[in-house]
Design a protein around this ligand. Structure first.
Ligand SMILES: NC(=O)c1ccc[n+]([C@@H]2O[C@H](COP(=O)([O-])OP(=O)(O)OC[C@H]3O[C@@H](n4cnc5c(N)ncnc54)[C@H](O)[C@@H]3O)[C@@H](O)[C@H]2O)c1
Length: 435
């Protein structure tokens, strides 16, 4: 099989994506309207798209995956994967990719901006001024320098916030359950706090940057409900007691944050994400913080900047270039921080890429089929994903024939006693250097 040639693009990622795709031989078809399930299936079938590029809203359901056998990959032009039925994709060998890095800077700048704006009560003062109220006072206004910042989740964004905050003279404390994150943070000179409640009680500002699940797959839903009311409890009276959630809408309920604000535990807060966010075009959405001016609200715009969107377009096109031409993977959401490539050995050869079940023996069946075909395996890479699929890359000196590939699939099914053991096989001919 040749590298991919067609992509469907929905939800209007940055227009530069189309040029990047054409540069790698993929012709994009862009839908102007947000498609419902039926329209998406129709468009995928009509275009024969091998890749779907989308942002975070349009659902990719089991039914869509089942009706579109030409689809090999879903590439999210965002981080969150909630809109995709990952299990259905895995079962059908459709790999799902995201972009966990390109929008980080935009979120960092929004967080830092909020820290200062909320500590100085800028948002409400601006509203007063627009009502021609001259309320000049230092009451409830604080500098951030010298204050203690608590970061929950020291990943890509948490780390970058910490660096900027340090430059502003804040003391950085953090809580993360991932040992590597604790190691890195400690190395940077930031103070790890193993207990979440202790972190809340001993800092002046909390900003939360956790993922949807912790590193062991446990959901973070409701993580902060029990601790919001403790913010700054052990800090002096001049503590700004600011809370920021630009990460995930389900990390706390809106009731828990409103209670914390009304009790005075949190003086000011900013949220960019909500438990329920409106579907595209939905008009009857209710902001749970509408009546609370001390909670500043934005409509999930953490990454919505002129700079982040083209950066995302460039990265996701690069991710797909590697997957399409060499079977390489990076940013595959089935395995966080996943990277696999046989590119270094592949020039002038053939890459055999197989998505198969993790049932015992399936991997061996792939290797046996290569051996029996008397093809030389010049390099390989393999990974089992927790979601129940494995990905196998082999560089061969020649392509396997249709019969040899069928034998590979049959043998895998027999050994694994699973008719769906082999989900997808791609053979990619990689041009020799100079072509
Ligand atoms: N508002 C927006 O538009 C926007 C844009 C980009 C990212 N985000 C969100 O920001 C968040 C952070 O993104 P990132 O790229 O830094 O993610 P990341 O995966 O690099 O880091 C997340 C960190 O949180 C830690 N963590 C997870 N569960 C935890 C728990 N229960 N307790 C303590 N630590 C925990 C992880 O160990 C990891 O270090 C994500 O939820 C992402 O969806 C929002």
């Amino acid at each position: 099989m040749e590298p991919f040639t067609k992509a469907l693009v929905v939800e209007q990622p940055h227009p530069a994506l189309d040029d990047h795709l054409r540069e790698i031989g993929i012709e994009p078809v862009r839908l102007r309207e947000v498609p419902d399930e039926e329209a998406l299936v129709e468009a995928l079938q009509d275009t024969g798209a091998q890749v779907l590029f989308k942002r975070s809203r349009v659902p990719v359901t089991r039914s869509i995956v089942e009706q579109c056998p030409d689809l090999y990959a879903v590439q999210l032009c965002s981080i969150g994967t909630d809109s995709v039925d990952l299990q259905a994709c895995a079962e059908h060998g459709v790999l799902v990719f995201n972009d966990p890095v390109s929008n980080g800077r935009s979120v960092v700048e929004l967080a830092v901006g909020h820290m200062i704006a909320l500590s100085r009560r800028l948002y409400e003062t601006d509203v007063q001024m627009h009502h021609s109220e001259w309320a000049k006072s230092s009451s409830g206004r604080y500098e951030v320098r010298g204050k203690r910042l608590g970061i929950v989740g020291l990943g890509n964004i948490g780390r970058a916030v910490a660096k900027v905050a340090e430059e502003l003279g804040l003391e950085v404390l953090f809580h993360d359950t991932r040992p590597v994150a604790v190691e890195v943070g400690t190395e940077m000179g930031w103070q790890p706090v193993p207990d979440l409640e202790a972190l809340f009680r001993t800092v002046d500002i909390v900003t939360v940057h956790t993922s949807a699940k912790d590193t062991w797959g446990k959901s973070n839903s409701g993580l902060l409900d029990g601790v919001l009311g403790q913010l700054g409890a052990e800090r002096p009276e001049n503590s700004p007691r600011v809370f920021l959630n630009l990460a995930r809408g389900n990390l706390h309920t809106s009731e828990a944050l409103l209670d914390a604000v009304r009790s005075g535990a949190v003086r000011r807060a900013a949220v960019d994400v909500y438990e329920e966010e409106p579907a595209p075009g939905q008009r009857d959405w209710q902001n749970p913080y509408a009546d609370e001016p001390r909670v500043s609200c934005t409509p999930h715009i953490g990454a919505a900047t002129q700079e982040a969107q083209p950066r995302i377009a460039r990265r996701v096109a690069g991710t797909m270039a590697g997957f399409s031409r060499f079977g390489s993977i990076r940013d595959c959401v089935f395995g966080p921080r996943s990277q696999m490539s046989v590119r270094a050995n592949a020039r002038g050869h053939v890459v055999l890429a197989v998505v198969h079940s993790v049932a015992r023996g399936t991997k061996k069946a792939v290797d046996d089929a290569i051996y029996e075909a008397e093809a030389s395996n010049l390099g390989s890479s393999h990974r089992d994903f927790d979601i129940g699929v494995a990905y196998d890359l082999s560089v061969l000196d020649r392509p396997l024939s249709r019969e040899e590939l069928e034998r590979l699939a049959e043998r895998s099914k027999e050994i694994a006693r699973d008719p769906e053991a082999v989900k997808v096989i791609r053979q990619i001919v990689v041009p020799a250097p100079g072509f």
